[in-house]
Design a protein around this ligand. Structure first.
Ligand code: SF4
Ligand code: SF4
Length: 168
């Protein structure tokens, strides 16, 4: 970023997130770094830092947070939430941020494809015909048929699906 560039800030963003279920204790974070030091994903990523995500929300860096690909690296293991001395529900804050990002059509294409595949076939991954043939040639039984219809019925009315499909 050059000296003239400024980060767009939304001072209301932290309150917006704090009002959502799981985001209530966001403002209590005093940046001790425990969440990052115990996060299994942060151990293997140069960029994923839950402490930093919380700070960015506190600073109102809405666009930067919601557009960030690293937001989607969280494994939702809740270690951070268990260890936070300030009772910040870090994993839940990340869930809230993902939901907000998905509402804006900012979910990564990989998740949109996965969602579409689950709704079409019942499988999170489209298994190529060549793989199915290989399976058959090795004597393995056919894969069970995914119940896409039942999944679609269960997901009816779930906003995420609409947002993900709408953002395709
Ligand atoms: S552990 Fe809690 S208080 Fe410490 S940086 Fe993470 S969210 Fe903030
Ligand atoms: S829930 Fe996400 S941010 Fe928290 S420790 Fe697990 S992977 Fe890291």
């Amino acid at each position: 970023m050059n000296e003239r560039e400024t980060v767009k800030s939304d001072p209301q963003f932290k309150y917006e997130v704090s009002k959502m279920h799981g985001g209530e204790n966001l403002l209590r974070c005093f940046q001790c770094g425990t969440c990052t030091s115990d996060c299994p994903i942060a151990k293997f990523s140069e960029t994923y830092r839950p402490r930093q995500i919380i700070r960015m929300v506190q600073f109102g860096m809405k666009d930067d947070v919601l557009k960030s690909d690293t937001l989607w690296l969280c494994a939702s293991c809740f270690t951070c939430t268990d260890r936070c001395p300030q009772d910040v529900e870090v994993a839940s804050v990340i869930r809230v941020l993902r939901n907000l990002a998905a509402q804006q059509g900012l979910a990564p294409q990989m998740f949109k494809d996965q969602c579409a595949s689950i709704m079409e076939s019942g499988y999170a991954y489209r298994i190529p015909e060549s793989r199915l043939k290989k399976r058959e040639s090795t004597g393995l039984p056919p894969l069970p048929k995914g119940n896409a219809e039942s999944i679609c019925k269960s997901l009816k009315g779930v906003d995420f699906v609409d947002h993900v499909q709408g953002g395709k």
